[in-house]
Design a binder for this molecule. Structure first.
Ligand SMILES: Nc1ncnc2c1ncn2[C@@H]1O[C@H](COP(=O)(O)OP(=O)(O)OP(=O)(O)O)[C@@H](O)[C@H]1O
Length: 317
């Protein structure tokens, strides 16, 4: 199995007596888009700073592409592009000039830098405003330029901290598509920190739910919903008529159906397994008309809220 590109091994960061990051163990595979999801103060930024070698862990080990971030921060910075929530540009300089400036700081020869800057400006859809001063760019344009900027040094990993903050919905859609495209075309590993559940769900292969410095759960949206919705992993919505008492009893008797809720001409069935084929069969055989049957997936929103509801009820926040 290939070695993970990001490895955190029992990492802690303490400020005074408080854990900002509490024994965090996490590995991210090359080419993955991983979403670090959590409320304010969860420890996301602290984790990112330790990955970049900008903050030293109190204990534990942080490695990026096999390089120890604490011992070799300069080497790590060559491999990782970091886009904070609002990257500053020189406003009196154009988009192209800003990228060339970054290239010079990273020791990239001018000829190569020019080619790369043009190529990246095209990729992030800013070629037509490449010669406009960045002071006149919108927030969405600045974030796309930020992405081009972190890609100038050809990193293996990019870390994006709340990258869509303050961008309008169309801009967000474009930005997320761009990240996905870069991930596919350039095989870049992406770590995306956010508290926008919906956005994370759209592009991340895997998600970690982070609270009070601890990783509470991690996995694909599907595996998280399986972990958290144990008994009713599948939610099946059925439109049929008539919905007689007898039919409901037959549906309740299907193995793995936990609960049937009726709402006028439709029903919601909460099931342990996907039994939609059996449900259709039982309805048709009962003589009722089946108008529609749809499997609803639990989104991250439901996963997240369910998780916290459960924890509050247990009193172990
Ligand atoms: N330099 C510091 N000194 C003391 N405490 C700090 C410092 N930096 C962070 N903290 C504390 O560590 C905890 C985690 O903060 P962090 O910024 O990593 O959270 P976050 O998940 O990134 O939140 P946000 O989404 O608000 O940026 C918070 O309780 C914060 O107050």
């Amino acid at each position: 199995m290939p070695r993970p590109i990001i490895e955190l091994d029992k990492v802690t960061k303490k400020y005074d007596d408080q854990y900002a990051v509490d024994h965090l163990t996490l590995s991210i595979k090359k080419g993955e888009i991983f979403g670090l999801l959590g409320p304010n103060g969860a420890g996301k930024t602290t984790t990112i700073l330790m990955l970049l070698g900008l903050s030293e862990p109190t204990s534990g080990r942080v490695r990026v592409d096999g390089i120890d971030s604490t011992r070799n921060p300069i080497e790590v910075k060559k491999e990782v592009g970091y886009l904070p929530d609002d990257l500053g540009f020189y406003q009196h300089m154009t988009g192209f000039e800003n990228l060339m400036y970054t290239a010079a700081l990273n020791g990239i020869p001018e000829r190569i830098a020019k080619e790369r800057a043009k190529d990246l400006l095209e990729k992030v859809n800013l070629l037509d405003v490449a010669d406009k001063k960045t002071g006149k760019y919108s927030r969405g344009m600045r974030q796309r330029l930020g992405l081009a900027d972190v890609l100038m040094k050809d990193p293996k990993v990019i870390i994006l901290d709340e990258p869509t903050l303050g961008i309008d919905p169309e801009g967000v859609r474009e930005f997320l598509q761009l990240i996905r495209r870069l991930n596919v075309e350039e095989h870049i590993t992406v770590l995306l920190s956010s508290h926008h559940l919906h956005q994370v769900q759209q592009i991340c292969d895997r998600v970690g739910i982070f609270v009070n410095g601890k990783l509470l759960a991690e996995g694909t949206t599907e595996s998280l919903s399986k972990q958290l919705f144990l008994q009713d992993t599948y939610h099946i919505h059925v439109s049929a008529s008539p919905l007689s008492e007898e039919l409901v009893q037959k549906l309740e008797a299907i193995p793995n159906v936990n609960k049937v809720e009726i709402d006028q001409h439709s029903m919601n069935l909460y099931c342990k397994e996907d039994v939609s084929a059996t449900i259709s069969k039982v309805i048709v055989e009962s003589g009722a008309s089946l108008y529609g049957i749809r499997k609803k997936n639990y989104g991250l929103d439901e996963i997240y809220h369910r998780y916290f509801e459960g924890r509050e009820a247990d009193g172990n926040q």
